[in-house]
Every structure is written in C-alpha cells, then in structure tokens.
Design a protein around this ligand. Structure first.
Ligand SMILES: [Zn+2]
Length: 210
C-alpha cells in the first residue's frame, strides 16, 4: 500500500540537519540550526519520529497498550500495534517512510534568519543564533509504503498525522514554528503479482534491446 503524503507549511519550520559534517560546516558560517538539503537541492523533512511519537502518546492516552520509544535506549516492545507497523530494534516494521521533500528548490523556500537573545536586565544582545527557516506556504511531498497492509494501518498513520497537524513538526514549537498541514493525498494498492509482472516486462525490454 502506498500512501502519498502532501504537506504545506503554515508557519516557518525549523527542521534540522543530521549530518555532523554538514552541521559543522554551517556552524562555521554562522548557522547553528541548518536545515537538511538533498543532493538535488531540495529540502528534506523527516516525519517518521513525529508520526510514531504522536501516535504513541494519543493511543496510550486513549487506554491502549503501546510502547514508548522516545526514551534514551528504548528499543520498542516488539508486540504492540505500533511496533508491528513501525518496527522495533530487531524487527523490521512494515512501513517505509520517506523524508518529505520540498517541491521547490532549497534557495527559494529557505531563509537564513538571526535570532537574538537579550540580556534581561540591560536589554543588550547577549547572544545570537543563526537558523535556516523553511518559509510559510512551502509544499512538500513524500511516500509511506506499507508492506502486507492491515486494516488498521491507515487509522494509525492518520493518528500521527493529526498529531502533527495539531502540535507541529520540527523544532521551536513553543515559539510558533512548525505549524503544518499534512494529509494523505492518495492511496494506491499494489499486489506482489503486479510487481512480478512489471519486472518481467522490464526484463523483456532489456533483452529485446540486445
Ligand atoms: Zn511496541
């Protein structure tokens, strides 16, 4: 089952780079919170953690027995519905979740901003923090592919999506960043038989070229 995701930012979004080398390079250029850029110049925003995290909180609050994978060193119980969908250490999940990618290029959707910290007593600038902010109205797309889909998958994914829409994505949520509108734009079901058929067709084309 392939879920096509579509997201539009409603506020600026701060979503971090994870590659250490890249972080250090940007830091030297005065950017302490860089965003993540793909090899072909788009902005990438990971959603896996937020999707799973909000679903864990919501389901637990609703009385369901699902584990908490947010703590340091937590591995996932391997038994609950979320481990079944998203996996746990030692057991692959059924869901493969892409980072969302901006439709437009990095240059046109990200602005470098400077956040200043003011000394509470004297009112002078005591510190400055450079950040790359994804601008409002930026459109992202991405896919979640779920192997051997089960009846409740769509609901579980949507619980995470609702959490993201209510509470936000990325950093500085308490400062009004990270407001987004995320939705499943399309669902496509494909059988293993169709995959075999496609592979057969491609193989035939390759051999006919010779
Ligand atoms: Zn679990």
């Amino acid at each position: 089952m392939r879920y096509e995701l579509e997201m539009k930012t409603l506020s600026t979004v701060i979503s971090g780079e994870i590659k250490e080398e890249e972080r250090r390079r940007k830091e030297r250029a005065g950017v302490h919170l860089p965003c993540r850029i793909t090899a072909d110049g788009r902005v990438a925003v990971p959603v896996y953690g937020a999707l799973r995290g909000y679903a864990e909180i919501a389901l637990r609050a609703n009385g369901e027995d699902v584990c908490d994978t947010g703590g340091k060193g937590t591995k996932g119980c391997g038994k609950c519905v979320l481990c079944d969908l998203y996996g746990s250490l030692g057991m692959r999940g059924r869901a493969m979740i892409d980072d969302l990618r901006s439709v437009e290029n990095y240059d046109s959707v990200v602005k470098k901003v400077m956040h200043v910290k003011l000394d509470r007593e004297k009112g002078n600038v005591s510190d400055a923090l450079g950040a790359e902010e994804i601008q409002e109205g930026t459109v992202f797309t991405g896919n979640i592919v779920v192997l051997n889909p089960k009846a409740r998958d769509t609901e579980l994914i949507n619980t995470g999506i609702e959490g993201i829409n209510q509470f936000g994505l990325g950093g500085w949520l308490t400062r009004g960043r990270g407001r987004v509108e995320l939705k499943i734009a399309n669902v496509e079901r494909k059988s293993w038989g169709a995959l075999v058929e496609e592979a057969r067709k491609k193989a035939k084309e390759l051999l006919e070229k010779k």
